[in-house]
Ligand binder design. Structure first.
Ligand code: NAD
Length: 376
């Protein structure tokens, strides 16, 4: 039997990588599961539920000492990484494609690191493993709720004896997984919703949700279903085009990202300054690298001089930790399933179309094609 251990996340993170229902299945399949004490508490999974599911609750050192596979949501601190041994496996949202030095260190220590952001998402067999999609979905849903919460007016049209309230106008910039979920949620709350993307393919998806697709004069479909980075000229053209759409909206939810690149600036300082008092900007792309909205700060709500609010929503999945963890844990389970042979032993096939990308480091080498091409 192999030993799978879920670590407790750092303080600001409420999610957990394994939930009791998934633990139960892993144990039933003959694996041993260890949970670091208190790992699920912030996502509302008590230690006792893990024990009932067949896991042992242990301290971090014991978990690392015994595990064949260590599971996490975010990459653990350097001290913890330093304790991982040769052939031990680490699985999570490790962000190795942005932190190449960490990838190198893990390779040097002969740790087998699987980093979810490297998963080839267009391979249909990888769909159940797609943690980026599951967590983006949570982000989009929650973004609409956070917007509604900050907004001081109704979302739906309200006809009452005291008069009629206008429905809110919501604009979603970037209509990938998160954006479509934000559109669906804002629609369900009764807002008038529009979507905008540089991938023409997303028009049909936006319209099927009953939202309006705004014309984009810039078409920038890239590799693997993603958008490519815009040129300087295209970016200028886009910002001018968007300024009008933004000025006409009460709420703007931005989700635009380009893999491995700084998020595109979609809402300029001028657009923020032109916003009506009470306008809300929710920037899901907000990060240390920057975001889609000028002046957004990750983890903060900024009120502008003209009375608009900019929410730097850098970790919405943590705010919906129970559902986010349940979905994430299923993604972990799917990866583990793909790693085990019929006798329940770990077998890594680096020629497999999914593993050849998802496996960042193995036996001292960088394996992932995407990571290798980035690292040169
Ligand atoms: P993402 O998080 O990388 O980006 C979010 C959105 O921002 C994307 O729709 C992108 O086109 C858009 N964007 C980027 N630059 C922009 C700009 N300058 N202006 C406006 N919009 C911009 O993307 P994602 O949501 O993770 O997924 C992107 C695509 O991958 C989607 O088509 C999605 O359906 C597809 N996908 C496919 C599978 C699959 O085939 N199994 C799985 C997951 C995602």
């Amino acid at each position: 039997a192999i030993v799978i251990a879920a670590l407790k996340e750092a303080d600001g993170e409420h999610r957990v990588s394994l939930v009791p229902s998934v633990v139960k299945r892993l144990v039933k399949q003959g694996n041993k599961v260890l949970i670091e004490k208190g790992a699920g508490a912030k996502a509302n999974f008590a230690d006792q539920q893990y024990v009932d599911a067949g896991a042992q609750v242990v301290d971090r050192q014991a978990a690392i000492d015994q595990a064949n596979i260590v599971t996490v949501v975010n990459r653990p601190d350097d001290e913890t990484l330093g304790k991982l041994k040769a052939d031990q496996m680490l699985l999570g949202l490790l962000s190795l494609s942005v932190d190449h030095d960490v990838a190198k260190k893990l390779a040097d220590a002969k740790v087998t690191a699987l980093s979810f952001e490297l998963l080839p998402r267009t391979v249909s067999r990888a769909q159940t493993m797609d943690a980026l999609s599951s967590q983006s979905s949570v982000s989009g849903y929650k973004a609409a709720l956070v917007a509604a919460d900050h907004f001081m007016r109704y979302f739906p049209m309200m006809i009452t004896a005291d008069g009629t309230a206008k429905p809110a106008k919501v604009l979603v910039l970037g209509t990938g997984v998160a954006g479509l979920q934000a559109i669906g949620t804002a629609k369900r709350l009764g807002a008038i919703v529009s979507g905008y993307d540089v991938r023409p393919a997303s028009r049909g998806e936006v319209e099927s949700l009953g939202a309006k697709f705004l014309t984009s004069s810039v078409s920038a479909a890239g590799k693997g279903g993603y958008a490519r980075q815009l040129t300087k000229e295209e970016q200028q053209k886009q910002q001018d085009e968007l300024a009008g759409f933004i000025a006409d909206s009460d709420i703007v939810i931005t989700t635009a990202r380009v893999p491995g690149k700084k998020p595109p600036m979609l809402v300029t300082e001028k657009s923020v300054q032109n916003a009506k008092p009470g306008s809300i900007f929710i920037d899901i792309a907000a990060s240390e690298l920057g975001g889609n909205v000028a002046g957004s700060k990750p983890g903060e709500v900024v009120t502008t001089d003209n009375g608009a609010k900019i929410v730097g929503a850098d970790n919405l999945p943590s705010e919906l930790a129970t559902s986010a963890s349940e979905m994430y844990s299923k993604n972990i389970q799917a990866v583990i399933k793909a790693l085990l042979d019929k006798d329940g032993n770990i077998k890594i096939d680096t020629t497999d179309d999914v593993m050849s990308e998802l496996v960042a480091t193995y036996q001292g080498k960088i394996i992932s094609g995407r990571l290798r091409s980035q690292m040169g």
